[in-house]
Design a protein around this ligand. Structure first.
Ligand SMILES: NC(=O)CC[C@H](N)C(=O)O
Length: 236
Protein backbone atom coordinates (compact mmCIF):
# COMPACT_ATOMS: atom_id res chain seq x y z
CA UNK A 1 0.00 0.00 0.00
CA UNK A 2 1.32 3.42 -0.93
CA UNK A 3 1.94 5.78 2.00
CA UNK A 4 -0.18 8.48 0.39
CA UNK A 5 -3.70 8.89 1.75
CA UNK A 6 -6.60 6.99 0.26
CA UNK A 7 -8.75 9.62 -1.44
CA UNK A 8 -12.49 9.02 -1.13
CA UNK A 9 -14.66 10.95 -3.58
CA UNK A 10 -18.06 11.89 -2.23
CA UNK A 11 -19.87 12.36 -5.53
CA UNK A 12 -22.46 15.15 -5.73
CA UNK A 13 -23.65 15.02 -2.09
CA UNK A 14 -25.76 18.10 -2.83
CA UNK A 15 -27.94 16.12 -5.27
CA UNK A 16 -27.24 12.50 -4.28
CA UNK A 17 -27.29 12.18 -0.51
CA UNK A 18 -30.67 11.17 0.90
CA UNK A 19 -31.01 9.28 4.20
CA UNK A 20 -27.51 10.16 5.37
CA UNK A 21 -25.77 8.29 2.52
CA UNK A 22 -22.87 10.76 2.75
CA UNK A 23 -22.09 8.93 6.01
CA UNK A 24 -20.66 6.13 3.86
CA UNK A 25 -17.65 8.37 3.20
CA UNK A 26 -17.15 9.02 6.93
CA UNK A 27 -17.35 5.29 7.69
CA UNK A 28 -14.82 4.34 5.00
CA UNK A 29 -12.42 7.08 6.08
CA UNK A 30 -12.64 6.10 9.75
CA UNK A 31 -12.31 2.35 9.14
CA UNK A 32 -9.17 3.06 7.06
CA UNK A 33 -7.73 5.39 9.72
CA UNK A 34 -8.39 2.85 12.50
CA UNK A 35 -6.19 0.44 10.48
CA UNK A 36 -3.46 3.08 10.29
CA UNK A 37 -4.18 3.97 6.66
CA UNK A 38 -4.47 7.74 6.10
CA UNK A 39 -7.65 8.67 4.24
CA UNK A 40 -9.37 11.88 3.14
CA UNK A 41 -12.80 12.69 1.78
CA UNK A 42 -13.00 14.87 -1.32
CA UNK A 43 -16.50 16.28 -1.89
CA UNK A 44 -17.36 16.86 -5.56
CA UNK A 45 -20.32 19.21 -5.81
CA UNK A 46 -22.79 19.72 -8.62
CA UNK A 47 -21.14 22.05 -11.14
CA UNK A 48 -17.59 20.94 -10.15
CA UNK A 49 -15.36 19.05 -12.58
CA UNK A 50 -15.03 15.40 -11.56
CA UNK A 51 -11.42 14.33 -10.83
CA UNK A 52 -10.33 10.97 -12.27
CA UNK A 53 -7.48 10.44 -9.78
CA UNK A 54 -9.37 9.36 -6.64
CA UNK A 55 -9.29 5.85 -5.18
CA UNK A 56 -12.97 5.43 -4.28
CA UNK A 57 -16.13 7.15 -5.52
CA UNK A 58 -19.36 7.10 -3.48
CA UNK A 59 -22.79 7.95 -4.87
CA UNK A 60 -25.88 8.19 -2.65
CA UNK A 61 -29.62 8.20 -3.20
CA UNK A 62 -31.78 10.99 -4.56
CA UNK A 63 -35.13 12.05 -5.92
CA UNK A 64 -35.81 11.46 -9.61
CA UNK A 65 -35.05 15.02 -10.70
CA UNK A 66 -31.87 15.21 -8.65
CA UNK A 67 -30.63 11.91 -10.02
CA UNK A 68 -31.29 13.01 -13.61
CA UNK A 69 -29.15 16.10 -12.91
CA UNK A 70 -26.43 13.89 -11.42
CA UNK A 71 -26.42 11.53 -14.41
CA UNK A 72 -26.17 14.49 -16.81
CA UNK A 73 -23.31 16.02 -14.83
CA UNK A 74 -21.35 12.77 -14.61
CA UNK A 75 -21.78 12.12 -18.33
CA UNK A 76 -20.60 15.63 -19.16
CA UNK A 77 -17.60 15.39 -16.79
CA UNK A 78 -16.19 11.91 -17.48
CA UNK A 79 -13.74 11.73 -14.52
CA UNK A 80 -15.70 9.01 -12.76
CA UNK A 81 -15.94 6.88 -15.89
CA UNK A 82 -12.22 7.28 -16.56
CA UNK A 83 -11.40 6.34 -12.96
CA UNK A 84 -13.64 3.24 -13.13
CA UNK A 85 -11.94 2.22 -16.38
CA UNK A 86 -8.59 2.08 -14.55
CA UNK A 87 -10.09 0.03 -11.70
CA UNK A 88 -11.07 2.66 -9.09
CA UNK A 89 -13.65 1.44 -6.57
CA UNK A 90 -17.18 2.80 -7.06
CA UNK A 91 -20.05 2.33 -4.60
CA UNK A 92 -23.59 3.50 -5.34
CA UNK A 93 -26.80 3.51 -3.32
CA UNK A 94 -30.32 3.55 -4.79
CA UNK A 95 -30.31 6.52 -7.20
CA UNK A 96 -26.54 5.93 -7.28
CA UNK A 97 -27.17 2.35 -8.43
CA UNK A 98 -29.55 3.56 -11.12
CA UNK A 99 -27.17 6.29 -12.34
CA UNK A 100 -24.29 3.79 -12.59
CA UNK A 101 -26.45 1.60 -14.82
CA UNK A 102 -27.12 1.76 -18.54
CA UNK A 103 -30.40 3.67 -18.31
CA UNK A 104 -33.26 4.56 -15.99
CA UNK A 105 -36.81 5.74 -16.54
CA UNK A 106 -38.00 8.29 -13.99
CA UNK A 107 -41.50 8.32 -12.47
CA UNK A 108 -42.67 10.77 -15.18
CA UNK A 109 -41.84 8.20 -17.89
CA UNK A 110 -38.71 9.97 -19.17
CA UNK A 111 -35.75 7.77 -20.11
CA UNK A 112 -32.27 8.88 -18.98
CA UNK A 113 -28.89 7.48 -19.94
CA UNK A 114 -26.72 6.32 -17.08
CA UNK A 115 -22.95 5.90 -16.95
CA UNK A 116 -22.96 2.30 -18.15
CA UNK A 117 -20.59 1.12 -15.41
CA UNK A 118 -23.10 -1.54 -14.37
CA UNK A 119 -25.22 -3.64 -16.71
CA UNK A 120 -28.53 -2.64 -15.10
CA UNK A 121 -31.65 -0.90 -16.38
CA UNK A 122 -34.31 0.64 -14.16
CA UNK A 123 -37.96 1.44 -14.79
CA UNK A 124 -40.70 2.59 -12.41
CA UNK A 125 -42.48 -0.20 -10.53
CA UNK A 126 -46.16 -0.31 -9.63
CA UNK A 127 -45.62 0.98 -6.09
CA UNK A 128 -42.81 2.37 -3.96
CA UNK A 129 -40.71 -0.08 -1.98
CA UNK A 130 -40.37 1.44 1.49
CA UNK A 131 -38.99 -0.15 4.66
CA UNK A 132 -36.30 -2.33 6.14
CA UNK A 133 -34.49 -4.67 3.75
CA UNK A 134 -32.21 -7.65 4.42
CA UNK A 135 -30.25 -9.33 1.63
CA UNK A 136 -27.82 -12.25 1.81
CA UNK A 137 -24.57 -11.49 0.04
CA UNK A 138 -20.95 -12.62 -0.20
CA UNK A 139 -20.31 -10.07 2.58
CA UNK A 140 -22.91 -11.74 4.86
CA UNK A 141 -26.47 -10.58 5.53
CA UNK A 142 -26.79 -6.91 4.57
CA UNK A 143 -29.33 -4.72 6.37
CA UNK A 144 -30.65 -1.35 5.30
CA UNK A 145 -33.60 0.90 4.60
CA UNK A 146 -35.09 1.23 1.13
CA UNK A 147 -37.37 3.85 -0.42
CA UNK A 148 -37.61 3.74 -4.21
CA UNK A 149 -40.01 3.35 -7.08
CA UNK A 150 -37.45 1.92 -9.47
CA UNK A 151 -37.36 -1.75 -10.42
CA UNK A 152 -33.92 -2.82 -11.66
CA UNK A 153 -33.02 -5.57 -14.10
CA UNK A 154 -29.47 -6.93 -13.94
CA UNK A 155 -28.03 -7.95 -17.33
CA UNK A 156 -25.27 -10.47 -18.07
CA UNK A 157 -22.51 -7.87 -17.67
CA UNK A 158 -23.16 -7.57 -13.91
CA UNK A 159 -24.04 -9.93 -11.07
CA UNK A 160 -26.61 -9.18 -8.37
CA UNK A 161 -24.98 -8.17 -5.08
CA UNK A 162 -27.37 -10.19 -2.93
CA UNK A 163 -30.54 -12.21 -2.59
CA UNK A 164 -33.37 -10.42 -0.75
CA UNK A 165 -34.67 -12.05 2.43
CA UNK A 166 -36.94 -9.19 3.56
CA UNK A 167 -37.98 -6.22 1.44
CA UNK A 168 -37.83 -5.54 -2.31
CA UNK A 169 -34.38 -4.55 -3.64
CA UNK A 170 -34.17 -4.84 -7.43
CA UNK A 171 -37.71 -6.23 -7.52
CA UNK A 172 -36.96 -9.80 -8.68
CA UNK A 173 -35.65 -11.25 -5.42
CA UNK A 174 -32.15 -9.84 -5.85
CA UNK A 175 -30.52 -6.63 -4.65
CA UNK A 176 -27.93 -4.41 -6.27
CA UNK A 177 -25.26 -5.24 -8.81
CA UNK A 178 -21.51 -5.73 -9.10
CA UNK A 179 -19.11 -5.53 -12.04
CA UNK A 180 -15.42 -5.65 -11.13
CA UNK A 181 -14.85 -2.95 -8.50
CA UNK A 182 -18.15 -1.18 -9.18
CA UNK A 183 -20.76 -2.22 -6.62
CA UNK A 184 -24.21 -0.82 -5.86
CA UNK A 185 -27.23 -1.58 -3.72
CA UNK A 186 -30.68 -0.26 -2.78
CA UNK A 187 -29.67 -0.18 0.91
CA UNK A 188 -29.57 3.15 2.74
CA UNK A 189 -28.56 3.19 6.37
CA UNK A 190 -25.89 4.48 5.70
CA UNK A 191 -25.17 1.03 4.23
CA UNK A 192 -21.48 1.01 5.20
CA UNK A 193 -22.30 1.92 8.82
CA UNK A 194 -24.83 -0.89 9.09
CA UNK A 195 -22.72 -3.40 7.14
CA UNK A 196 -19.05 -3.19 8.16
CA UNK A 197 -18.20 -6.31 6.12
CA UNK A 198 -19.30 -4.46 2.99
CA UNK A 199 -17.16 -1.45 3.97
CA UNK A 200 -14.20 -3.79 4.48
CA UNK A 201 -14.80 -5.49 1.13
CA UNK A 202 -14.42 -2.07 -0.53
CA UNK A 203 -11.38 -1.26 1.63
CA UNK A 204 -9.76 -4.56 0.59
CA UNK A 205 -10.29 -3.64 -3.05
CA UNK A 206 -8.65 -0.24 -2.48
CA UNK A 207 -5.66 -1.42 -0.44
CA UNK A 208 -5.14 -4.70 -2.29
CA UNK A 209 -5.74 -7.04 0.66
CA UNK A 210 -8.52 -7.66 3.19
CA UNK A 211 -8.06 -5.37 6.23
CA UNK A 212 -7.51 -6.82 9.71
CA UNK A 213 -10.54 -7.42 11.95
CA UNK A 214 -11.92 -4.41 13.78
CA UNK A 215 -13.96 -5.43 16.84
CA UNK A 216 -16.67 -2.82 17.48
CA UNK A 217 -19.33 -4.21 19.84
CA UNK A 218 -21.71 -1.28 19.32
CA UNK A 219 -21.73 -1.91 15.56
CA UNK A 220 -22.49 -5.62 16.16
CA UNK A 221 -25.32 -4.59 18.49
CA UNK A 222 -26.72 -2.18 15.88
CA UNK A 223 -26.69 -5.03 13.33
CA UNK A 224 -28.52 -7.40 15.69
CA UNK A 225 -31.09 -4.71 16.50
CA UNK A 226 -31.70 -3.88 12.81
CA UNK A 227 -31.99 -7.58 11.82
CA UNK A 228 -34.59 -8.02 14.58
CA UNK A 229 -36.46 -4.91 13.35
CA UNK A 230 -36.49 -6.27 9.78
CA UNK A 231 -37.86 -9.63 11.00
CA UNK A 232 -40.59 -7.83 12.97
CA UNK A 233 -41.44 -5.73 9.90
CA UNK A 234 -41.68 -8.87 7.74
CA UNK A 235 -44.28 -10.39 10.08
CA UNK A 236 -46.62 -7.40 9.85
N1 LIG B 1 -34.03 6.68 -2.59
C1 LIG B 1 -33.64 6.84 -3.85
O1 LIG B 1 -32.48 7.05 -4.13
C2 LIG B 1 -34.71 6.86 -4.90
C3 LIG B 1 -34.20 6.52 -6.28
C4 LIG B 1 -35.21 6.77 -7.38
N2 LIG B 1 -35.52 8.18 -7.47
C5 LIG B 1 -36.44 5.89 -7.23
O2 LIG B 1 -37.43 6.30 -6.65
O3 LIG B 1 -36.42 4.76 -7.69
Amino acid sequence: MAESAVRIGLVLPDVLGTYGDSGNAVVLRQRLRWRGVPADVVAIHYGDPVPDCLDVYLLGGGEDEAQALAAGHLREHPGLRRAAARGAVVFGVCAGLQVLGTSFVSGDGKRHEGLGLLDVDTAPGRRRAVGEIVADSGAGPLTGFENHLGVTTVGPGSSPLGRVRTGTGNGDGTDGAVTGHVLATYLHGPALARNPALADLLIGWVTGSPPPDLPLPEVDELRRERLRAARRGARR
